[in-house]
Write a protein that binds this ligand. Structure first.
Ligand SMILES: Nc1nc2c(c(=O)[nH]1)N[C@H]1C(S)=C(S)[C@@H](COP(=O)(O)O)O[C@H]1N2
Ligand SMILES: [Mo]
Length: 514
């Protein structure tokens, strides 16, 4: 039983390892593991996504792969146990899941018709191994004993495997297991060598902006830095592995309800005047007090200029942006055409976009949550209407429109911190892009709201750093913050979950003063 289970698990490892190796020659998204993982992501209902993001945050992909690994192992144990020399039910299970894998691979957006190959080669290798090893566990039928009328006092399935065969089996399983791991790891390494865009990105020259931004920021005191570094920036997307698109292979198609549809490549894009702009990106899944928000200086090209060149129809009210891996966002067209300067960004904080943040080009739209605007690896802008097109998350229960809600967060002290009585610096961030922040107020326990100091810079499309000096008396206290936006409207205190269009409620922390 244990040997049969082991056989199933090793055979599954062979399938995945070989699949990964072969996929390196096609596209990593075509490997059975990645294809199925991506399909699972696309089929994930919004409650599960919320759970995954709130539990694992940016580690949601690793959690998914571990989860798939566990499920595969359980299925593999079953397949191994039911596989027999005489009836290949385990093989049938492998074939069935192979069909699922093929279906997942060939239906991937951007997937080629040949994307079935890694899964098929992997599954065939797995089945060959499974059957070969199962044969060693089921000795060949004895022609005399098993003949009609022959002895039946020792049925095949209750025979124990002799020790020598057992050793041979374990050596075979160990060798194949090691081979599977080498194939898998080797496949990933080969894929990185062949397909990563790291070198292309290293050679990418960030364009000079025609404007300049004042980066002088008034941080310190344990507040977050005004600009979030690229390495600290949150990452949220549906890509199990970020698409690898070289700047030479990239192009953007502007089409749909336009007079002059066109396609532009990176060389042509670079002839347009570049601008630079600080914009705070916010995820709709950010919980009250959460960290799915970051502020960066983006360099790129005005989407307004691109759309003007195409001549959108006055009947259009939405731009559906699409990434190379099939993600879509539906953005109200005015967010691209008004004077807020939405950007087709090619650089983040002075560096070419990190691959996970959309290299070589992504959208950055002030004032809207990322899921309706900030398409990474963007390759198409389709001018259309909300009543004609639905974007990725809008078909999965999230709101069609996603304006950012006024919010604020306490960063210092930390929740549950111990502080010394006396002067305590309380501070954090507040945001209401693109309306800006007029005021931030802090309350201790059920006391009166006190006005915090707002720090520089004061920009409508970024978060605002704030601080407040608290004369703290000993005891347990709760600190609460709220913001007032640039239009004088107070942050909502009503508690609501992130879905369908962004969390509301006030952020509170508990501290003990000694
Ligand atoms: N191609 C693609 N772009 C995407 C997404 C995605 O899943 N795929 N997620 C969006 C969401 S929900 C957010 S919040 C932002 C996050 O951008 P970041 O990862 O650079 O912080 O990207 C947006 N752009
Ligand atoms: Mo998001």
């Amino acid at each position: 039983m244990a040997l049969r289970a082991l056989n199933g698990v090793v055979a599954a490892a062979v399938t995945i390892g070989v699949g990964q190796l072969v996929a390196a020659l096609f596209d990593r998204a075509a490997s059975p593991l990645y294809a199925v993982g991506s399909a699972v992501i696309d089929l994930t209902p919004k409650d599960v996504r919320e759970f995954a993001i709130s539990t694992f945050g940016t580690g949601d992909k690793v959690a998914l792969l571990v989860g798939i690994g566990i499920i595969v192992a359980v299925l593999a144990v079953i397949a191994g146990v039911i596989e027999r020399r005489s009836r290949s039910w385990g093989s049938a299970m492998f074939a069935a899941f192979g069909i699922l894998g093929v279906a997942a691979a060939v239906t991937r957006p951007g997937g080629g018709a040949d994307w079935f190959v890694p899964t098929v080669v992997g599954v065939v290798a797995g089945i060959v191994f499974l059957q070969w090893m199962a044969r060693r566990l089921d000795p060949a039928p004895d022609p005399i004993r098993d003949a009609p009328g022959g002895s039946t006092d020792e049925p095949v399935h209750t025979q124990t495997v002799p020790t020598t065969d057992r050793r041979a089996f374990l050596i075979g399983a160990g060798t194949a297991g090691a081979g599977a791991v080498i194939a898998g790891v080797g496949g990933v390494a080969l894929d990185h060598r062949l397909n990563d865009v790291g070198r292309d990105r290293a050679d990418f020259v960030v364009p000079d902006a025609t404007n300049s931004v004042d980066t002088a920021a008034d941080g310190g005191d344990g507040l977050p830095s005004f600009i979030t570094s690229n390495s600290d920036f949150y990452r949220i997307d549906t890509a199990l592995s970020p698409p690898q698109i070289t700047s030479g292979a990239w192009s953007l198609r502007v089409h749909g309800m336009v007079d002059r549809e066109f396609e532009i490549d990176m060389a042509q894009l670079r002839r347009m005047p570049a601008i630079e702009k600080m914009v705070t990106l916010t995820c709709v899944s950010n919980e009250v007090g959460g960290t799915l928000i970051g502020n960066a200086t983006w360099t790129g090209y005005r989407v307004r200029d691109l759309l003007a060149r195409a001549g959108p129809s006055p009947d259009a009210d939405m731009v559906l942006s699409r990434s190379s891996d099939g993600f879509t966002a539906g953005t109200p067209i005015e967010a691209f055409t008004d004077d807020r300067d939405s950007i087709l960004a090619v650089a983040m904080n002075g560096a070419p976009l990190p691959v996970e943040h959309g290299y070589p080009a992504r959208l950055v739209v002030p004032g809207l949550y990322g899921y309706v605007s900030a398409t990474k690896w963007v390759t198409s802008l389709e001018v259309t209407r909300f009543d004609r097109a639905k974007a990725y998350w809008s078909t999965r229960g999230w709101s069609e429109k996603g304006p950012i809600k006024t919010s604020s967060r306490i960063d210092v002290p930390r929740d549950l911190a111990d502080v010394r009585a006396g002067r305590v610096m309380v501070g954090g961030v507040a945001w209401a892009q693109p309306r800006g922040i007029n005021a931030v107020q802090v309350r201790v326990d059920d006391g009166a709201w006190r006005t915090a100091t707002l720090r520089a810079p004061d920009l409508v499309d970024t978060w605002r750093l704030w601080s407040w000096e608290w004369d703290a008396a000993p005891g347990d206290h709760v600190l609460t913050v709220r913001a007032i936006d640039g239009e004088g409207r107070q942050q909502s205190a009503v508690e609501s979950r992130p879905d369908p269009d962004g969390a509301t409620g006030l952020h509170s922390i508990s501290v003990t003063v000694r």
